[in-house]
Design a protein around this ligand. Structure first.
Ligand SMILES: Nc1nc2c(c(=O)[nH]1)N[C@H]1C(S)=C(S)[C@@H](COP(=O)(O)OP(=O)(O)OC[C@H]3O[C@@H](n4cnc5c(=O)[nH]c(N)nc54)[C@H](O)[C@@H]3O)O[C@H]1N2
Ligand SMILES: Nc1nc2c(c(=O)[nH]1)N[C@H]1C(S)=C(S)[C@@H](COP(=O)(O)OP(=O)(O)OC[C@H]3O[C@@H](n4cnc5c(=O)[nH]c(N)nc54)[C@H](O)[C@@H]3O)O[C@H]1N2
Ligand code: SF4
Ligand SMILES: [Mo]
Length: 698
């Protein structure tokens, strides 16, 4: 028996786990790591199932090559040679597209090798789960603070007042706010006399545990937030404590959104809007935090922007207890190159790039539409867009038309079944782990490295898979990591002695040594439970990268979109709209093959208000129809959801899956119903919430 300590890679909470392994490397127990200074022993059912997930018999252990509809296990050399041959036949690199999925934000391979792979492929057709998720936050932060990764997080442990919109951390365990035991941290706010307010079209578990829950019509958060901004100005409650540009423009814009007017559109009573604004202003410290429910909607970027406008207007930006900028241990120095979007546009719909990516909502267009630059070759890494992207069924068909597709993924699933070659990464326990991405959003500065707990044997690490793909695509020979290390050190003008058993470890060591705390891999190895680097500290104006050197409160692109918001104000909202939801024992599309996680509350049902069931005369099963598709769904009547709103979790729809357990719990895919023609304009983000639908008896 051995005991290993490592970070759980299954969600953004970065909990420390203590695992026991038998001599064969099988996980015999998983506990929360009590000595982790950040998670302090917290664990959720997913973390506790890490062993089952890691040893899932349906995980691929060898590369697969598809011949027609037959799959053949091949050697790694043969798999890579197949990819190399296919790439040789590509004359125009712009016909290659890349899709990067969510787990890539949780792996070292994703953090370290994605950019080199994209560069080596030489295409601008880069798509990812980010445009089905948080791109609005990147764009809003980029425009306001000058860098898309300078995202303020609520200072959960010190705040007196938390206004939370479109987030359900009791199920999700938090997002763009890395906070192990988010539920406990919320309870602590109330215990110390603070207040938690949740704004959500559903009375979620998080809402039920808060001081106050406010129902809001899906997709209308920007109106609600503008109503709060309006009230702060009207009642002279603003107290801006950082240097800003554009205060007058915001004041002018907010005049169009008085509480009595936005109340109609949002369903939030005027008195509530006014009171919330007063409470925010009066609280000793307060933070507004808004997550996926407010990103994946028609006005996602405006909502994200208004969140930080509110934090700024109430004097809470960059102060303890407010919304603060973390300082991760691997943060690189950032040049002052003001943030822009639209440096290039998508070929078919002319949609602007953001963060070097095009909207996943237009990936099918790029594959289906003939002409120069039509996508014929696809690389997917850690993604399942057939289930996760808007109008996924259209993508399903489009993928079938490609000339060649290669997927880096541990499973044969709804997306990778279209691949010609699947390259499976090893088990979690065979992989080193460092949360490059998520530690940048942590509510305490903290760091931890988990070395591989089990040997790799004959198979390559995911880092090696990605590096080898990049080398094949670039046509160069040599060691990619050493090349990157040389380049980075040269640019930084320093010489460093690096340690590490792999290229990935050496690069981590370099980034730690160049980082703001001057740490090293060795230091992290000496602290296997992680290192607390202290509470968040004010970082303005130092980290601002705007041209003005100020916080830009009224970026022109966003003020332009405010016009669109104004135009929509008087439009009658659809009678019935669809939103999503998450379950604690699930994660997007890929944890439905573990018996201990599926079933119970983790089921694919359509939540609907009993009043709507009665009004429409529905039975247990019903047909739901949108502009793009229709599904037969099982109803779950509940008064926890607003009338006129229905909720279906995404990531289901595993009928016929090669994954035995998932196929038994197939469910249906919400993204048959979501519409890829609808996007949030400034960011290109997909719209999953507020999708117009009709519901009828079978
Ligand atoms: N309707 C609706 N749709 C949504 C959302 C919603 O709220 N509603 N949410 C959106 C959000 S927030 C996101 S992030 C996206 C997610 O979108 P995706 O990332 O496309 O989907 P996932 O289901 O997370 O798929 C993850 C894939 O990674 C594979 N995988 C797991 N671990 C690893 C690993 O270590 N390495 C590699 N290479 N692969 C791995 C899995 O087998 C699976 O194929 O979905 C979006 N889609
Ligand atoms: N257990 C579990 N954990 C996860 C995941 C998972 O699938 N399962 N996915 C991970 C990923 S990829 C992400 S991005 C994070 C997301 O983390 P969260 O943002 O916390 O995600 P959700 O739990 O979906 O909460 C979103 C809430 O928004 C509400 N909502 C829907 N539409 C609107 C709207 O128009 N306005 C407002 N105000 N609210 C709305 C929904 O009812 C829901 O309660 O979770 C991560 N953690
Ligand atoms: S909350 Fe997230 S990181 Fe923590 S144990 Fe659960 S899945 Fe893992
Ligand atoms: Mo996500």
């Amino acid at each position: 028996m051995t005991t290993v300590h490592r970070t759980c890679p299954l969600c953004e909470a970065v909990c420390g786990l203590t695992l026991t392994l038998d001599d064969g490397g099988h996980v015999t127990g998983v506990r929360g790591d009590k000595d982790d200074p950040f998670s302090k022993g917290f664990i959720c059912p997913k973390g506790a199932s890490l062993g089952h997930l890691d040893e899932d018999p349906d995980r691929l252990s060898k590369p697969l090559v598809r011949e027609g509809d037959q799959w053949r296990e091949v050697s790694w050399d043969e798999a890579f040679a197949t990819v190399a041959r296919a790439l040789e036949g590509v004359r125009d690199r712009q016909t290659i597209a890349v899709y990067l999925g969510n787990p890539g934000a949780h792996t070292m391979a994703g953090a370290l090798y994605t950019a080199p792979l994209i560069r080596a492929l030489g295409t601008r057709n880069v798509f990812s789960a980010s445009t089905a998720d948080q791109m609005p936050k990147h764009v809003a932060s980029g425009l306001m603070f000058g860098h898309p990764l300078h995202i303020p997080v609520p200072d959960l442990d010190r705040t007196d007042y938390l206004l939370m919109l479109g987030a359900n951390p009791l199920e999700s365990n938090g997002s763009l706010c890395t906070a192990p035991d988010f539920p406990g941290r919320l309870k602590a706010i109330r215990r110390r006399g603070g207040k938690v307010v949740v704004v959500d079209p559903r009375r979620t578990r998080t809402a039920a545990q808060a001081d106050e829950h406010v129902f809001v019509r899906p997709g209308s958060d920007a109106y609600l937030l503008f109503g709060l901004v309006h009230t702060l100005f009207a009642e002279q409650l603003t107290s801006v404590s950082v240097e800003v540009n554009g205060l007058e423009e915001v004041r002018e814009a907010a005049k169009h959104f008085p509480p009595e007017v936005v109340a109609r559109r949002t369903g939030v009573p005027e008195e509530t809007i006014v009171r919330l604004a007063r409470e925010l202003a009066a609280a000793p410290t307060a933070a507004v935090y808004a997550r996926i429910g407010t990103c994946t909607q028609e006005f996602g970027t405006l909502a994200q922007w208004l969140v930080d406008v509110l934090n700024t207007l109430t004097g809470n930006l960059d102060r303890p207890g407010g919304a603060m900028f973390p300082m991760p241990a691997t943060e690189p120095p950032r040049s002052r190159r003001p943030y822009t979007t639209g440096r290039w546009k998508s070929r078919v719909r002319g949609l602007p790039e953001a963060n070097g990516e095009l909207p996943v909502a237009t990936l099918a267009d790029e594959i289906e539409t003939p002409g120069e630059g039509q996508v014929r070759f696809l690389v997917t890494v850690a993604g399942n867009p057939v289930l996760s992207a808007p109008n996924g069924s259209r993508l399903d068909e489009a993928f079938g038309q490609l000339d060649f597709m290669v997927s880096v993924d541990p499973y044969l699933n709804e997306t990778t079944r279209h691949a010609n070659v699947i390259l499976p990464p090893p088990r979690v326990l065979q992989s080193g782990h460092y949360d490059f991405a998520l530690l940048g959003f942590a509510v305490r500065n903290y760091t931890r490295y988990s070395p591989p707990a089990l040997p790799l044997g004959e198979r390559p690490s995911e880092s090696e898979i990605m590096a080898r793909l990049a080398m094949i695509a670039s046509g160069l020979e040599g060691d990619l990591d050493e090349f990157i290390i040389d380049q980075t050190l040269q640019k930084a003008g320093v010489e460093l002695q690096l340690t590490g058993e792999t290229g990935a470890e050496r690069r981590l060591d370099m980034m730690l040594k160049l980082g703001p705390y001057g740490l090293s891999l060795e230091k992290l190895r000496e602290n296997p439970h992680g290192l607390d680097l202290g509470a968040l500290e004010p970082r303005l104006p130092g980290i601002l990268r705007t041209a003005s050197g100020l916080v830009e409160l009224a970026p022109p692109q966003l003020m332009e979109d405010v016009e669109r918001l104004r135009e929509r104000l008087d439009q009658a909202p659809p009678e019935m709209v669809l939103i999503g939801r998450r379950h604690l024992r699930s994660n997007n599309s890929w944890m439905h093959n573990v018996g201990t996680l599926v079933g119970g509350s983790n089921r694919c049902t359509l939540q609907i208000n009993p009043a709507d069931v009665a009004r429409l005369g529905l039975e247990q099963q019903a047909v739901i129809t949108s502009a793009t598709g229709r599904l037969t769904v099982t109803l779950e009547p509940t008064d926890t959801i607003m009338a006129g709103v229905v909720s279906l979790p995404h990531g289901w729809g595993h009928a016929g899956s090669a994954q035995a357990v998932a196929a038994e719990h197939a469910g249906v895919s919400a993204n048959v119903l979501t519409d890829d023609s609808a996007i949030d304009i400034p960011s290109g983000n997909a719209v999953f919430n507020g999708v117009p639908v009709t519901i009828a008896s079978l």
